[in-house]
Structure formats: C-alpha cells, structure tokens
Design a protein around this ligand. Sequence first.
Ligand code: F6R
Length: 606
Amino acid sequence: MCGIAGYIGEQNAKDIVINNLKKLEYRGYDSTGIAVLDQDISVIRAKGKLVELEKKLEDESAPGHVGIGHTRWATHGKPSDENAHPHRAEHVVVVHNGIIENYLEIKHNLINNGAQFSSETDTEIIPLLIEYNMQRNGLDFEQAVLSSIAQLKGSFAFAAMSTTEPEKILVAKNASPLIVGIGNNEMFLASDIPALLEYTQDVVILEDHQMAILEKDQLTLKDFNNTELDYQVKKITWSRIAAEKDGHKHFMYKEILEQPRAIADSMRSRISKQAAKVSLSELDGMDTDKFNKIVFCACGTSYHSGLLAKQWFERYLRIPCDVELASEFRYNDPIIDDKTLWVGISQSGETADTLAALHEAKDKAATCLAICNNMDSSIARAADYVLYTQAGPEIGVASTKAFSTQLSVLAMLCVHMLQAKSKDKVSELVHAILHLPEAVQQCIDLNLKLAPLAQKYMQYSSFLFLGRGDAYAIALEGALKLKEISYIHAEAYAAGEMKHGPIALIDQNMPVMAILGEGIHQEKTLSNIEEVKSRDAKVLIVCTEQQVQDLKLDQNYDCLLIPQCHNFIRPILENIPLQLFAYHVADQKGLDVDQPRNLAKAVTVE
Ligand code: F6R
C-alpha cells in the first residue's frame, strides 16, 4: 500500500504534492510526510492523517519547486513520526511503497559500515544505500540509485531526490504502481492516475524494472541495466470530476448512487438488444471450448463476485468452477492446467495476492483472464486477456460500484461463453442483463431513506446475515460491508448452516438480516426466519414488495425492498440495500466512512 506523490517544475512543490496526497490517502493514512528540495532538503512528517501534516506545515514555509510526499499504511514499524516517510540520508531523501524483503541483511551491512538508522522501517535502507554508493563508491546520484536497486529484493515503487542533483527526481518501479504525469514545463508523480487528473491527462505508466528521471522539461526512461527506453504518453479520458465527491458527504455514498451509470458503461458496446447477444471483442482468439474448469480467484469483495459467478457459470454452462481466495491459492499447489480458465477479479488490479496467484496460474499454463477496473494495472497487464469494468475511479475504501460492475461483466462473460454452446436461454439472459441499470436505479430509489432504519439498529454489536444459493455470496458481502465501515461484528452464513452452530448466538441482541431469494430458496429461508424469530431476534428481510404481500410477512419485520426482476440479476439488486444500510449505520455512528480504520484501498503487500 502507501501512496507516493511528487512534483518538479516552476510552481510551489509543497502545495501540489499535498494536494495529490489527498487523493492518495485511500492507500493508507496512518502517517504522512513531505520533502521539498531547495538549497537543502526540508522533511516534514506527521503521525496520523494528512490533516496532521498540514497542521505542522502551517509553521513551515518549505519553499522549493521539487518535492516528494507519502501517505503510509504501516508494514514495518508502527505508525509514528519517525517511521513516516520520507526517509533521509545526508544528501538523499526517499519515499517508498512496497516491501524490501532483504532489508535486514542490507541494514546490517550498512550499520557495519557506519550508517545510522532512525526508524524501524525497511524503507530507510534505500536512502542510506544510495548515499553509501555515492560516498563510498564514488557514484553519481543516478548510478548510485541503479546500483542500489540491484541489491533490493521485494516490491518497490520509490522516488528519490538528492542535493547533489537538485533538478531531478529519480523513481524506480518493481511490482508497485507508479505513474508520471507530463505537464507544461513540469512533471508530476503519483501512485495512481486519478491523483494526477487535476494537473494533466498525459501520463506515462511505468512498467516493472523501469527507472525514470524526471526533470521539469524532460522525462528519461531506463531499464535497471541503464539502457534508455522509448515510452508512450497515454491520454487519460476520465474526467476530473469523476474522481471527486460531487457534493456528497462521502465518496462511498456517491459511488453507490453511481452504480446504474457504472453498470451501463460496463455494458456499452458489449451487449446488443437487437442481436440479443453479448460480444466481448477483448476475448477474440480465446478458445472457450477447450476449458474443462474455471477458477475464480480474488480477495475480499472481489472474492464474493467470484462466489456468485460460480453459481451462474455452473448453472448455465455446466462447467465445474472453483472459487479461490487469492491469499491461499499459490500455497495450495492448485490443480490447474492448460484446460483451465483462471479468472482473476480485482478492482485495483494491484492486489499483491491476486497478482501472485495469477503468476502461479500462468506458470501452470492456465489461460488467465483479468477483470479489473484500473486501466493498465499490474494484474491487467500480466493477464492473457482483460475485461475492464467501467466503474471509474472508486475512492471510498469499501468497494461498492466496483462489485456491481464486476458482477455485470461476469454475467456478460457467462452469456458470452454460453452462446458458443447453446442458444437456449441466451436471449432471456441478455434481456435480464440489459434491465440492470434501470433495476439498480429502482433499487436505489426504494432504499434512499434507510437512515431511520440504520438509527434503529446502530447500537447492536453483532449481526447475522443469512442467504441461500446466489444470496449466500450477497450475505457475505453485506456482512463485510457492515463490519468494515461500521465496526459492528457481522457474520454471514448459508442459511441452512444456521442449525449447525450459529443458532446458539441468537437472542434479542442479535439482529438477523435475511436475504429471502426466490423459489425453493425463499421457502427454506422463510423457515430459517421463523427459527430466529422464535428466539427473539430482530429480523430484517431483503425481498420484493410482492413477497411482502404474497407471503403476508410479519409487520414487525423490517423489509429492505428490491424491484421485481429476473432471478439472474436478482443478487446484484439484493446487494444495493445492504450497501446503503451499512453506509447509513456507519454515517449515523459518525465514523470515517471513506477511510475506515486499519484498511487501505489497494492491498499491494502480501
Ligand atoms: C471491501 C474491499 C476489499 C477489496 C479487496 C480486493 O470493501 O474493498 O475487500 O475487495 O481488498 O481488492 P481488489 O478488488 O482491488 O483486488
């Protein structure tokens, strides 16, 4: 995790770097820091969020046109002023995202050669190693950086400045993201694209094993062997406003409301009403007939997308599917081969475990398809095929529109593969998918006023979420949303499992959120609802108005309504009131909805 920002040009570096760090805070926010190079280097750091650094900066002028900054999610060393980046040696200062695996070995060597450390971080070895290479080995700044990189093992994106060459920022990337923004006589640096959009739409996305030398009017790209490389400047078409809050109190709320648009964008030019078919041109050349197994692999919310996809793909395609936690996958010697379609699902495209799982799948000759939101992210680039979701930047740490768009793309993938096998059901499923943006909008409209319900339940300390079949994945996602932003303990169970243990927890202090589903699942879940009701639990039900009427549901139940729809897309709708419920509970509790404690948006370390 961690966010890196940088600026070199003619404006005040401090202001621009701080502004960019604000947009990167989702990557980590336990401490922050900035270094500005003028005659000397000023380093200002603070434990806590960026506001703490801004308070410190009120008393510091920190002049200069060259600067780097960092927002941290602690890995080595607890959050503190000392462990905050930038880290400094005599002439060199560095910010870093990633983990240096062999830092202890390097640290001991440097200490034996007289270096002094002032933090517990792995990062501090980088400036000290560069300094050592400059002073002891007589290398210039650039050569010292290259020589230091050769000694580093692990993942890193770092930016370095030196008083010996004050007109440059040197950056290097291996397995953590880094983007250079090109301006007019100025260059910007950030860990993601949205952070740069206020200043430029022209970016260079660094590849692994690349180093860049930023001067205000020139960008030079090299590989780690010092060979100069050509590069491509990409024009980013995301609007700046899309990356901002749009007048809402929180990004998460804005992103929930954006879902009809995000889904429609993800469907655009991939699904046709007239032809009643799905066309995923990104998969041209993929021989879908050859697969005898599909493995969905991801973490967190994206893993829940995989759980639902398994239900769909097995039901309609009759292909055996596995769903794997990316953090477990590569340690389990997975049984996959060249007849396996491996589908990695990741909003950020930077999740370290999912990326490592992808490499494992590739090594075992599986065909690797990535479903990602972030363009040109590491996972997207490493995969054989990519289907992008068009959610736009997701800034709230809790994933909402990314989940809905992943499911929309997975639904289209399912139909795309079904078309090659049989025409049965295709037209029906295409029409169900086409109805999604409208149905999600109806769902949002039905649940806009959940604040009073949230107030009723916000004092409970535990929740149970129940669902069967497709709704089980949604129960897991609903529980994750509630726990991560409201800090209320929430567990999800396949409703039939309740009797095998969790029912012991049920009493008047344990509200149960049941996702009713339909058909056989509805019947069975209704029995489970009766069981919890007779043990005094407060009951909330996700269902349609029609079900409330037809089943004569108890008036004491709190119903979160979804519109009538085809059962294929129903789980996507069932998730919407759960997002809004979690949002309102956290908001009523006065919590930091967009940046919940201990979390980061992109988990780029194992
Ligand atoms: C929860 C959440 C996380 C992510 C997980 C994977 O709201 O956002 O559980 O889903 O960290 O992230 P990506 O999809 O970026 O790989």
